[in-house]
Every structure is written in C-alpha cells, then in structure tokens.
Design a protein around this ligand. Structure first.
Ligand SMILES: NC(=O)c1ccc[n+]([C@@H]2O[C@H](COP(=O)([O-])OP(=O)(O)OC[C@H]3O[C@@H](n4cnc5c(N)ncnc54)[C@H](OP(=O)(O)O)[C@@H]3O)[C@@H](O)[C@H]2O)c1
Length: 291
C-alpha cells in the first residue's frame, strides 16, 4: 500500500507554525501581516476561493480585507485599487483573484502589483527571479508541492521528475523549481502537454510524477512506474450517477495507488497546501518589508 501524503494534516501543522510566527511578530511590536484581496465580478468559484483565503488568514492572525468590484469594472478601476495598496504600508500582500472578466487584461493587472507584495508570485519580476534561482515569491501551488515532498522526506535530487501540464501558475514554475540546482530541486525534469507523443511511455519512466492537467483520471495504471511518487494537482468536478458531483484529481487513484510508493489524495492533497503557502508568502512579505 502506498504512503498517503496527507495535505490536510501537513497544512494544519504549517498553519500552526505560521500562527506562532505571527504571535512572535506581534510581541516584537510589528503589525499583523496584511493581505488585501480583490474580487472582480461574480464568478461563484472565485467568490468561494476568496472567502476561503480570508478565513485562512483569520485563523492564523493575518489581517485581510476583501474588496469587490462589479464585472463591468474597467482595467483603470482595478489598477487604481492595486496602486493604492502598493502605496499602503499596512498592506503586505496583494492578491487579485483570477480569472478576471475577459475585457480586463490580466497581465496588465499583474504588472501593476508591486513585486514585493505579489504573494501569488505571478508578476514577471518574480517569474524571472524563479527562473534564475534568485529569492522572490514562488506561486503557491508549486511551493506547496515542494513543501509536501520535503515534509514527506522525498528528495527530488537525481530523480526523473515528469510534470504533466505547462501552465504559468503550476506546470512551468514547478518544472523549473524541480530542475534548479538547490535543495528540493536537482531533478532531471520532463514537461508533458497536449503536444506530447507517447504520454504513458514518458510518465511511466518517472520517479516523481506530477499531474497538473485538469482532466479527471487521465493518469492511469499504464502511466506510472511501480514504486514511484505521484503528486496529483488536478481538481475536477465529476457528475455521479445519482446526479450529485464530487471532486477528483487527474489520477485514477484506485488504479494507481496500489502500484506506487507514495501518492496525494484529492481532495486533501495539494489543495490545502496551496492555501497554506499563500499564508506563508504573506508572512514572508511582511518580514521582508519589516513594517
Ligand atoms: N490543488 C491546487 O491547489 C490547484 C491549484 C491550481 C490548479 N489546480 C488544478 O490543476 C489542474 C491544472 O491547472 P492549470 O491551471 O495548470 O490548468 P491549465 O492552465 O488548463 O493547464 C493544463 C495543462 O495540461 C495540459 N494538458 C491538457 N490536456 C492534456 C492531455 N490530454 N495530455 C497532456 N497534457 C494535457 C495542457 O497542455 P497545453 O499547454 O498543450 O494546452 C496544459 O499545459 C486543474 O485541475 C486545476 O483545477 C489545482
């Protein structure tokens, strides 16, 4: 039976560590870390995500605010708010919930965020820092995956890591981090995507397989090597026969779990770690800005 990498349990420990760090910060007469969240429009999933983020902040002692703009807001409306937050020393982290309504240029908004407050790690300055191995904000999901590997004593050094998916928020940064010459990196990395021929042939040569695709059950027993480590980033809602729906990953868990050394569940795997890493990035931002 595979080792189950329990993201819920790990995230709970990390939240506790962060809460302690914030208490010490307050005892040192520094302000509580502050995260400002901007939600544009009324996408129900985004509404839920933003509320979860604010709730997570409250649980560890980060002060957060949610600002809402209507779906009709302009790029100028959004950037005006971001610029005000850039200038506000009580704001350590700025998060603009994506996706934005289609008439707003997301990259233009991201470019407006002060890179020192870009806790999502999406600003080109932070993307560049990650690429060249310089300290900066790392996007929460890739950071969460590295932390899961570390806390599970899985060292990517020398391993063949295969990342399926090349998005800017998950696949690409994760592949780059795993390839860096540094602790929790130093792997030989292959990136797969829709243009990949013989997906199963490549993934089944992985020591560490990371699925960040968004296709329920795309990774089956044919795609994995015996005794490998499988990290399932995917979150997919599937309809069941009784008309209800449930969340599943990209990995066919029942088929793959008996073959591998360690695996993350969905839900309860990478998701909670992603949420915990947003808190970590916010505290780190406050520490760096030292206000
Ligand atoms: N657990 C978390 O905290 C967390 C956080 C973020 C995202 N997610 C989930 O992770 C999944 C991926 O998210 P994302 O934002 O990276 O998605 P995305 O932007 O849609 O990217 C998906 C990637 O998968 C590749 N892909 C799609 N179908 C494929 C196939 N049949 N074979 C091989 N590659 C294929 C795509 O290739 P092309 O580039 O060729 O199109 C693309 O690079 C989603 O389920 C999302 O909900 C989870």
């Amino acid at each position: 039976m595979a080792q189950l990498i329990d993201g819920n349990a790990m995230a709970a420990v990390i939240r506790q560590e962060i809460a302690t760090q914030i208490t010490q910060r307050l005892e040192g007469d520094f302000a509580a870390p502050g995260l400002n969240l901007l939600l544009v429009g009324d996408d129900p999933a985004s509404e839920v995500y933003v509320r979860f983020k604010a709730k997570d902040c409250a649980a560890v002692g980060i002060s957060s605010t949610i600002t809402r703009l209507p779906a009709t807001a302009s790029l100028a409306d959004v950037t005006a708010i971001v610029e005000a937050w850039n200038a506000d020393p009580a704001v350590h982290g700025i998060l603009v919930q994506m996706p934005l309504p289609s008439h707003i240029d997301e990259i233009a908004v991201i470019r407006t965020i002060d890179p020192r407050k870009d806790v999502d790690g999406f600003h080109p300055a932070n993307v560049g820092n990650l690429m060249i191995g310089v300290e900066g904000f790392i996007p929460c999901t890739p950071l969460g995956v590295l932390e899961m590997l570390k806390r599970s004593n899985i060292d990517p050094s020398g391993a063949h890591a295969v990342v399926v998916g090349r998005s800017n928020i998950v696949g690409k940064p994760l592949a780059m981090l795993l390839a860096q010459k540094r602790p929790q990196g130093n792997a030989t990395v292959t990136i797969c995507h829709t243009g990949t021929r013989n997906l199963a042939e490549i993934t089944s040569s992985a020591d560490i397989l990371i699925a960040a695709v968004g296709r329920a059950g795309i990774i089956t027993e044919q795609h994995v090597r015996r005794d490998s480590v499988v990290i399932d980033v995917g979150i997919n809602r599937v309809l069941q026969e009784d008309g209800t729906s449930r969340l599943v990953g990209d990995v066919d868990f029942a088929a793959v779990e008996p073959l591998v050394r360690a695996i993350t569940p969905v839900p309860g795997g990478v998701g909670p770690m992603t949420r915990a890493m947003l808190l970590r990035n916010t505290v780190w931002s406050a520490e760096r800005l030292q206000v």
